[in-house]
Design a protein around this ligand. Structure first.
Ligand code: NDP
Length: 326
């Protein structure tokens, strides 16, 4: 088995030398265990903050993958079945089954299994829960989402359209902006090239925003807050603009807007609604099958390219979900 470890804790933006590729021989599976072979792996923004919070130097990089069961001593996971596994950046892994989710054999043949790491997996669920549980979005409302062409953002915008909302999204390239328009966003812009973010947000929604799905954090959010409507809701999902900071950002102070506009701002983690995942995955899958939810993936080939794919995603190379194919 090959696996990537965190060789050195990241200081600022990750570097090649922070990662190291290792190899080991795995023993035969024992009773209750399965041997897994990675087919698709995921690189996600949370790996950056989690590298400090959850990993020591020398640990295997955390992450999920779609894997095929190649040996089994666990009847729940027969040989040849596919699972979503939480076993990190590894080509082969032993599991006792406790951290696996079986992909059922009725998975539609026309859909790639990698969607279970994206639109029909954790990022899709994040979009759904942020909109329904935090924003409590209603038809006719106006929503703003940033990192809108990414794994979470692209699903946020499309679900908000399904629900009858007006959707404004931004992303970091003109090609991504065209993609957002293809997806049916009512207004999309490149935040890197607009001359004034404030004026652009105002032009996109002169009456203001009912909901803001926040993926980016940092300065962007301080420009948005004054443009929220009374009783607006802000789902604080991510803060990718700050994940590589070496110093904590301070201010600006938002209390005035929060009070006088009576805003509700709430951070969340997707796992909060784990008990709903089974039904929610089915809802996402149905939307995809009905053609209401489109999926795009940015696929990098080769396990040896995991660190490069991770760093490229942090820099915005991906439109849609960043996936590594073995
Ligand atoms: P994406 O697929 O959106 O990839 C990350 C994107 O972030 C890049 O493509 C890039 O797009 C954008 N980005 C990177 N740096 C910056 C920056 N400095 N300013 C603005 N945009 C930047 O990732 P995900 O969809 O997986 O995740 C999106 C956000 O959601 C992240 O913040 C992540 O941590 C969060 N998240 C939170 C979860 C939760 O449970 N709360 C669960 C899953 C994700 P661009 O070209 O547009 O700049």
């Amino acid at each position: 088995a090959k696996f990537w470890i965190l060789r050195k804790h990241f200081e600022g933006f990750p570097k090649d030398s922070d990662f190291e590729l290792k190899e080991e021989n795995l023993p035969e599976p024992q009773d209750g265990e399965v041997l897994l072979e990675a087919v698709f792996l995921s690189v996600d923004p949370y790996m950056r903050p989690y590298s400090r919070a959850r990993m020591k130097e020398g640990d295997t990089m955390l992450g999920t993958q779609v894997s095929r069961v190649v040996q089994s001593r666990n009847p729940k996971y027969p040989v040849g079945s596919y699972v979503v596994a939480n076993c990190g950046w590894r080509t082969r892994s032993l599991s006792d089954g406790s951290d696996l989710r079986l992909i059922h054999s009725d998975w539609p043949k026309e859909l790639p299994l990698s969607l279970t790491l994206g639109t029909i997996g954790m990022p899709g669920l994040t979009a759904l829960y942020g909109l329904e549980e935090i924003c409590k979005i209603k038809a006719g409302e106006t929503l703003l989402v940033n990192a809108a062409a990414g794994a979470v953002g692209s699903v946020v915008g499309q679900i908000a359209k399904i629900k009858g909302c007006r959707v404004v999204g931004c992303a970091g390239s003109d090609e991504k902006v065209s993609y957002l328009k293809e997806l049916g966003f009512d207004y999309a812009f490149n935040y890197k090239t607009v001359s004034s973010l404030k004026d652009t947000l105002l032009e996109a929604a002169p009456q203001g925003y009912d909901c803001y799905f926040e993926n980016v954090g940092g300065e962007f959010s301080s420009v948005v807050l004054p443009q929220m409507k009374q009783f607006g809701r802000i789902a604080v999902c991510g803060s990718i603009a700050t994940y590589n900071d070496t110093e904590l950002q301070t201010g600006p102070y938002v209390h005035g807007h929060m009070i006088f506009k009576q805003l509700r701002m709430e951070g969340f983690l997707v796992f909060q609604w784990k008990h709903k995942d089974h039904d929610s995955i089915k809802r996402l899958l149905d939307w995809v099958k009905e053609g209401k939810l489109q999926c795009r993936e940015h696929v990098t080939e080769g396990f040896e390219n995991m660190p490069a794919a991770f760093m490229a995603m942090l820099k915005g190379a991906n439109t849609g979900k960043a996936i590594i194919k073995i």
